[in-house]
Write a protein that binds this ligand. Structure first.
Ligand code: NAD
Ligand code: IPM
Ligand code: MN
Length: 356
């Protein structure tokens, strides 16, 4: 039997609540399948750990995580710990440290879910955002000058390398080919960001020539935001920078029924390091502890991990189980108009998987 070693970092707030449901579902799937199993090791890192230990993760945290087949992360963030410290020292440290340069975020309207977009259907809202995940606006570079004086100012530097830009764009084209998608749309802002985005646009143009079978489109991020809402059917694969990808995928979540239904993979495609799977929402302090967070996003992230390990059929079956749940509407959390708890939804998804 194939055994996968998974590092689990539940993190903070609802992260810990929804991760339990993802693990429940992974165990159920492994037991139905019978050919593979999981060993889960838990790491208590996050903001509570920081408040006790003065650090977000152990100094040798990356060394510890390196030996795992995958990392399953809940969410990080606590109202009393500054976000720019907590996220940089845990989430971004893993993404960058393990060169997880692809952040794959599907924007897919599931059957049974209502979109706020009038007259749009599951066929119209079905695309994948390939977000650059290792550099760009998130480089962390910059400086604070004349701090505390009237002459105070800051530089926040975006770092775009040829290697980093080429590889994410190439990944998007390869993905389009593999999934039989017709277009790749690059989203930038070359009219205002005169170095980074002009550079990106040039590289996109170069790389797109290697893929004559895929239509290459380019949009400014402002226009793309409008089009996500007015014409989501125009997108197939979207490739964009770290910051734009972050913003656009929350918008993507909104058009596909809500942030409780949006997940993504942080991939190191070469497999030199483990990849990491997470929901795209945060720790949601406003609802944490109430047991009402929607666990579907986090369970979807577990599905991403199964797909990454090669269990595409299980990924598809999991998505179908979400659709069954969402069409039946018997067991749903309040964000989707239901009255059920996080664990009720996790249990119901396991029941549906066992039914088939
Ligand atoms: P958030 O995603 O935590 O919450 C935004 C809104 O969506 C809230 O009203 C929340 O209740 C709701 N929501 C989120 N997930 C939900 C779910 N599964 N079910 C139902 N409702 C859900 O974003 P925020 O409030 O901007 O951030 C809170 C904290 O999380 C901050 O510290 C932020 O930095 C952090 N954060 C972490 C990650 C991550 O770890 N990957 C991602 C985003 C934000
Ligand atoms: C996400 C989050 C993170 C990001 C934050 C918490 C640093 O918003 O995963 O979408 O911007 O990447
Ligand atoms: Mn985000």
């Amino acid at each position: 039997m194939k055994k996968y070693k998974i590092a689990v970092i539940p993190g903070d707030g609802i992260g810990t609540e929804v991760v339990n449901e993802g693990i429940k579902v992974l165990k159920t799937i492994a037991s139905i399948d019978g050919t593979f199993s999981f060993d889960f090791d838990y790491f208590p890192w996050g903001c509570e750990y920081y408040l006790k230990e003065g650090k977000m993760m152990d100094e040798d945290g990356l060394e510890k995580l390196k030996k795992y087949d995958g990392i399953y992360l809940g969410a990080v963030g606590y109202p009393t710990v500054p976000d720019h410290l907590s996220l940089r020292d845990l989430l971004l440290k893993i993404r960058v440290g393990f060169d997880q340069y692809i952040n794959l975020r599907p924007v897919k309207l599931l059957k049974g879910v209502e979109t706020p977009l009038k007259n749009k259907t599951t066929e119209d809202i079905d695309f994948i955002v390939v977000r650059e995940n290792s550099e760009g606006e998130y480089s962390g570079l910059g400086e604070w000058f004349n701090k505390g004086t009237k002459e105070e100012y800051v530089h926040q530097i975006g770092k775009f390398t040829r290697k980093g830009t080429e590889r994410v764009i190439r990944y998007a084209f390869e993905l389009a080919r593999k999934e039989n998608r017709k277009t790749v749309t690059s989203v930038t802002k070359g009219n205002a960001l005169n170095y980074s985005m002009v550079f990106w646009d040039e590289i996109f143009h170069e790389v797109s020539k290697e893929y004559p079978d895929i239509k290459a489109n380019q949009l400014m991020v402002d226009a793309a935001s409008m089009m996500f809402v007015q014409h989501p059917e125009r997108f197939d694969v979207v490739v964009t920078s770290n910051l734009f990808g972050d913003i656009l995928t929350d918008l993507g979540a909104a058009i596909a029924g809500g942030i409780g239904l949006a997940a993504g993979d942080n991939l190191n495609p070469e497999g030199t390091y483990p990849s990491m799977f997470e929901s795209i929402h945060g720790s949601a302090p406003d609802i944490s502890g109430k047991g009402i967070a929607n666990p579907i996003a986090q369970i979807w992230a577990a599905g991403g991990m199964l797909k990454h390990f090669g269990y595409v059929d299980w990924y598809n079956r999991l998505i179908q189980s979400f659709e069954t749940l969402l069409i039946e509407k018997q067991v749903l959390t309040p964000d989707l108009g239901g009255k059920n708890s996080t664990s009720d939804v996790g249990d119901e998804i396991c029941n549906i998987l066992k039914r088939k």
